[in-house]
Design a binder for this molecule. Structure first.
Ligand code: COI
Length: 381
């Protein structure tokens, strides 16, 4: 089996002497009721939070220090903190899964740590060390492990977050930062569940442009996306198709990377500097290229314009479209509408997106072999 970067990193973690020094643990005195044992309860996305959180401070003089796991609760932040004024804020989205035998597994944890470090460089925030990020996550998951839900289709969503916390109003990188991790048991991201979503082609707002923040998981990218998403929702669409700043090249869909399945080719926009390098995007590309799921089609990472998509759809070549992301996993697109186009792609999830979802979920829940070394058991984190 090939050694992927995920595997190499997991080995480093196992061998290493990685321990958060002096991690303080203060357990909550009143544990919450778990929200997922009532069969009628819909977990939804991001509404329940676990009993504890991990928190660590950074300062130029001390580096990362005061690591602590304590009861989930409010942060104490100075009103002059740079995150509140200049948006120095970055986050990650990860998932942990509970398998049939009760064991807990994480999907590509190293990928997310590395991506947060790249994002920190772009936003001039201190990179959380591997020790702080991974060991903090491991200890937190050990303490809150009863919160990893057992049902297929559910998981524990992990939200590591890095913010500039220094109280200083001059514009320069913050010399102090907070890194924290919160956990939320989740079901489906979209209210539609795993049904097909309707997408609006956004012709005015752009989510990000080359040279900006689009390729890192900055909170600001999500703020930039809200107005168009709200307008699309009012029109009856779940999400928007984001185009580049010339309103030509397709970039992303909603909060996800996007894939189009044509008769002879599967295309996803290339990482041009304004597109987020998604972990599920990368995994889908590896699956398509290495496991026959592309069903003989060429797999391309290249620029694709809305004009090309519309023309190829009109010629009958477009078979499927879907979004990929940690939260939504694989989200098939049923319909695309905009000022210059309106077409139905499919009324049901197509064979490529269906088999990708089944394969990814099979790897995550352990019913399929993990040939890529993506899954990491909690005890080996
Ligand atoms: C994720 O898929 O993890 C995301 O970050 C999207 C978020 C808006 C829920």
């Amino acid at each position: 089996m090939r050694e992927t970067s995920d595997q190499a990193c997991q080995l480093r973690l196992r061998d290493g002497v990685i321990k958060v020094q002096d991690l303080r643990i203060k357990k909550s005195s009143s544990l919450k009721d778990l929200p997922f044992f009532d069969p009628k309860a819909e977990l939804g996305f991001g509404t329940h939070f676990t009993d504890h959180m991990f928190f660590c401070r950074y300062s130029e003089s001390k580096g990362w220090h005061d690591a602590e796991i304590g009861p989930y609760g409010s942060l104490q932040l100075d009103p002059a903190a740079s995150v509140l004024h200049y948006g120095q804020s970055l986050f990650e989205g990860m998932k942990a899964f509970r398998r049939g035998d009760g064991s807990i597994w994480l999907f590509r944890p190293q990928f997310n740590w590395e991506r947060m470090c790249k994002g920190a460089q772009r936003l001039t925030l201190p990179e959380p060390s591997q020790e702080v990020y991974i060991e903090g996550l491991k200890k937190l998951l050990e303490i809150d492990q009863r919160w990893v839900p057992p049902l297929l289709g559910t998981s524990l969503y992990i939200r590591p977050t890095l913010i500039g916390s220094e109280a200083f109003l001059g514009l320069r990188p913050a010399k102090e930062a907070f890194f924290f991790i919160i956990l939320s048991p989740v079901g489906f991201y979209y209210a539609e569940g795993n049904k097909l979503v309707k997408i609006w082609v956004e012709a005015k707002d752009v989510r990000a442009s080359e040279g900006g923040l689009g390729s890192v998981k900055a909170g600001a990218n999500y703020a930039a996306s809200l107005r168009a998403s709200m307008i699309a929702k009012k029109r009856g669409y779940s999400q928007v198709l984001w185009l580049d700043s010339k309103h030509e090249g397709i970039e992303e869909v909603g909060t996800m990377n996007v894939f189009f399945v044509f008769d002879d080719e599967i295309v996803t926009p290339n990482l041009n500097g304004s597109i987020l390098p998604g972990g599920v995007r990368d995994s889908v590309l590896q699956l398509l290229r290495n496991s026959g799921l592309a069903q003989g089609r060429m797999v391309s990472e290249r620029r694709i314009t809305i004009q090309e998509l519309t023309e190829r759809q009109a010629k009958g070549e477009l078979r499927e479209a879907f979004g990929t992301g940690t939260a939504a996993v694989i989200s098939p697109i049923g319909e695309i509408c905009g000022e210059h186009q309106s077409f139905v792609i499919s009324h049901e999830s197509g064979p490529v997106s269906t088999s990708l979802l089944e394969t990814l979920q099979g790897i995550q829940w352990g019913s399929l072999k993990d040939d890529f070394g993506w899954m990491c058991p909690l005890e080996e984190l």
